[in-house]
Design a protein around this ligand. Sequence first.
Ligand code: MN
Length: 239
Amino acid sequence: MTDEYLFISDCHLDINRQDVIDSFVNFLTNRAPQARFLYVLGDLFETWIGDDDEADELQVVFDCFARLSQQTEIYFLAGNRDFLLGDQGAARLHATIINEPSLIAPGQQNIGLLHGDTLCTDDGDYQQFRNLVRSDQWQKDFLGKSLADRKQIVAGLREKSKHAMQQKTTDIMDVNQGAVLDCFEELEVTAIIHGHTHRPAVHHYPGGRIRYVLGDWNPKPSYLSWTTDTGFVLTDPRI
Ligand code: MN
């Protein structure tokens, strides 16, 4: 058996969801150590408002990452909930931050890694919001505020986004098929792995190309694994 790759996203770790934290701790302790590589593809946390937030309630998770890192390489690609995770946050995860998109080549296949929100191009309002909050100026302003102010701003944004999502059709919040095909071309990959949409599935495209969509944790794990023996296997309670 060769080295195993594991991919997860959208755990949305939150102190108000102890069941998800327990499930995640169990995964990091009992499943993840079998893998040589763990890729976290964003929205690991429900919110991450800056590395200066101690997030003490999640220390149990950081401790698990520390133990896991003794035999498993950990990589973190940011999602729309935790893109403010910086070097200090990555150090607490014992993870290397990787850019979006990232390319990997398990078994000589070219694979693209994304969080997934950039593929949801039908949702123009969201893409506009994304451009704003990913700008250096917005991040500088936001991180310059007190933790209390930041918590309040994020809570306000959450309410707004919940309201906006109720007004949108579910199709708008899924990936745009044209954006997916462009992504295959631009990255020159045979497969794409992403999360974000909370619609776990394996989608096949012309030319043998495949898109693997990771699910959210609620609280059961959703993960993709790969070894030379098994190929890609998506494990999710819904499929
Ligand atoms: Mn997301």
